[in-house]
Design a protein around this ligand. Structure first.
Ligand SMILES: [Zn+2]
Length: 123
């Protein structure tokens, strides 16, 4: 994957969340012991422990749209409040340079980078 800006990472991750979730079986998924069940039947079996099944159920396709919305909200805030300057991307919301003294986007970017890593098989 080519080097992406953090803004491109946010956009790509949001798109991946929506695209991949749209291809999954229906939600909600529910933990049932070691199994994860969906409306149409079993989705997965977590062989290690019940908590794995519970976590998979939490991260069912129903989480994809709200997560994509969070990532896209960060992009909207960027559009409204961030301006490129010689020193970097200036964020008027905190009077800081993104990635230096502005950490406003870090949680969304961390989530986006995690989605990209998982979606590309790098993590
Ligand atoms: Zn900021």
């Amino acid at each position: 994957m080519p080097d992406l800006t953090l803004w491109e990472e946010l956009e790509m991750a949001a798109n991946l969340c929506r695209e991949i979730a749209a291809q999954t079986s229906g939600a909600p998924w529910r933990a049932n012991g070691h199994n994860v069940d969906g409306p149409a039947g079993p989705v997965a079996t977590a062989y290690q422990c019940y908590a794995d099944a519970a976590w998979i159920a939490i991260c069912d396709p129903g989480l994809a749209v709200p997560l994509a919305d969070i990532l896209e909200r960060a992009l909207l805030i960027r559009e409204r409040e961030v301006r490129a300057q010689d020193a970097g991307d200036y964020h008027a919301g905190c009077d800081g340079i993104v990635g230096e003294d502005c950490d406003c986007f870090e949680p969304a970017v961390a989530a986006a980078q995690y989605v990209l890593k998982k979606a590309t098989g790098r993590g």
